[in-house]
Design a protein around this ligand. Structure first.
Ligand code: NAP
Length: 267
C-alpha cells in the first residue's frame, strides 16, 4: 500500500488541480489549508495554518511526499519555514515538491512602495532557500503567472473607470492545469532539486492582456500609464518574470479567455 500524498493549499487554484491528478493516478491524498472550502469527497482534510504552523504536524503522519501549493501574497517564507519545522518535529523525511515563481532569483528584495506589489517574489525566493537548505529531499518548479491570476486581476481592474497600467511590463501566462501536470509528474518522480522552469506559450504586454479580457466582456476603458518605482519593478520591466526559453505551456491566453463562461455567454 502506498502512503498518502499531502497537498498543502489543496483547495486553491493550483492545489485542487494537483489533487485531482493525484487521485486520477490512484494515490490517496490529504489536503491541508485553513478552510475546508470545496474539499472533494474521499479526500482526507486537515485544517492548519502554515503562517503559524498550528495544526501542521497532525497532517504529516505517514506522508512520504508533500506537494507544497499553499501560498498567498504575503509570508510564503514563513509558511515554508513552519512546514519544515513541523516535518523536523515529526522526525520524517518526505520529498517536498515546491512551487515557486519565475524570476524569484532575479527580482531584488522589494522595499518601500514596491514591496506591496513585488514583496511576494522575495518571499518565494526565501521559501525556495528554506526548502533547499532543509536537508530534506526536495524539488522546486518555478512557473510564470497563471491565466487564472491574470483573469482575476483583469476582473478587478474592469470595475475601475480607468485602468492604472504599469508601463513596460509584460507577462507570459500559463494554464494552471499545465503547471499541475508537471508538478504531479515531479511529485511521482525522484527528488530533482531546482528543475527547468515552466512558462506560457506567448509573452504579452500587460495592457494587451487586460484589453483582451475587456473585449470578451464588451467593455472599454481608458488606460492610465503608471511607472512603478523601485528595484523590483525595474527588474520586472527588464523581463525578470519571463522565461522565453521555457515557453513550454500550450494553452494561450486567447484560448483560455474563449473558454470562460462570460465569453461563451456572449458568443
Ligand atoms: N497564481 C499564479 O500566477 C502563480 C504563479 C506561479 C506560482 N504560484 C504559486 O502557486 C501556489 C498556488 O497558487 P494559487 O494561485 O493556486 O493560490 P490560491 O488559489 O490563492 O490558493 C492558495 C491555497 O493556499 C492555502 N493557504 C493560503 N494561506 C495558507 C496558510 N496560511 N496556511 C495554510 N494554507 C494556506 C489556501 O487555502 P486557505 O485560504 O483556506 O488557507 C489555498 O488552498 C502559490 O505558492 C503561488 O505562489 C502562483
Amino acid at each position: 500500500m502506498t502512503s498518502p500524498i499531502l497537498v498543502t493549499g489543496g483547495t486553491g487554484t493550483l492545489g485542487r488541480l494537483v489533487v485531482a491528478r493525484l487521485r486520477d493516478a490512484g494515490r490517496d491524498v490529504r489536503v491541508l489549508s485553513r478552510h475546508a472550502k470545496d474539499v472533494a469527497d474521499g479526500i482526507e482534510y486537515y485544517a492548519a495554518d502554515l503562517a503559524t504552523g498550528e495544526g501542521t504536524e497532525a497532517a504529516l503522519a505517514g506522508v512520504e511526499i508533500i506537494v507544497h501549493c499553499a501560498g498567498s501574497s504575503k509570508g510564503d517564507d514563513d509558511k515554508a519555514r513552519n512546514l519544515v519545522k513541523a516535518i523536523k518535529k515529526a522526525g520524517t523525511s518526505p520529498h517536498v515538491v515546491n512551487i515557486s515563481v519565475v524570476g524569484a532569483e532575479r527580482t531584488p528584495m522589494a522595499s518601500g512602495i514596491d514591496r506591496t506589489m513585488f514583496g511576494y517574489v522575495g518571499a518565494k525566493m526565501a521559501a525556495e532557500k528554506i526548502i533547499a537548505e532543509s536537508g530534506l529531499p526536495w524539488t522546486t518548479l518555478r512557473a510564470t503567472q497563471f491565466h487564472e491570476l491574470i483573469l482575476l486581476m483583469a476582473q478587478g481592474m474592469a470595475k475601475l473607470p480607468v485602468l492604472p497600467m504599469p508601463t513596460g511590463t509584460s507577462a507570459q501566462p500559463i494554464a494552471a492545469a499545465e503547471v499541475a501536470d508537471r508538478l504531479v509528474e515531479l511529485a511521482l518522480g525522484e527528488p530533482a532539486g531546482l528543475v527547468a522552469e515552466i512558462g506560457g506559450p506567448r509573452i504579452y504586454p500587460m495592457a494587451d492582456l487586460i484589453r483582451d479580457y475587456l473585449q470578451t466582456i464588451g467593455k472599454r476603458r481608458p488606460v492610465l500609464p503608471i511607472r512603478l518605482p523601485g528595484k523590483a519593478a525595474k527588474a520586472f520591466r527588464a523581463g525578470a518574470n519571463l522565461t522565453p526559453d521555457h515557453a513550454t505551456g500550450h494553452e494561450t491566453w486567447e484560448t483560455f479567455l474563449a473558454n470562460q463562461p462570460t465569453a461563451a455567454a456572449r458568443s
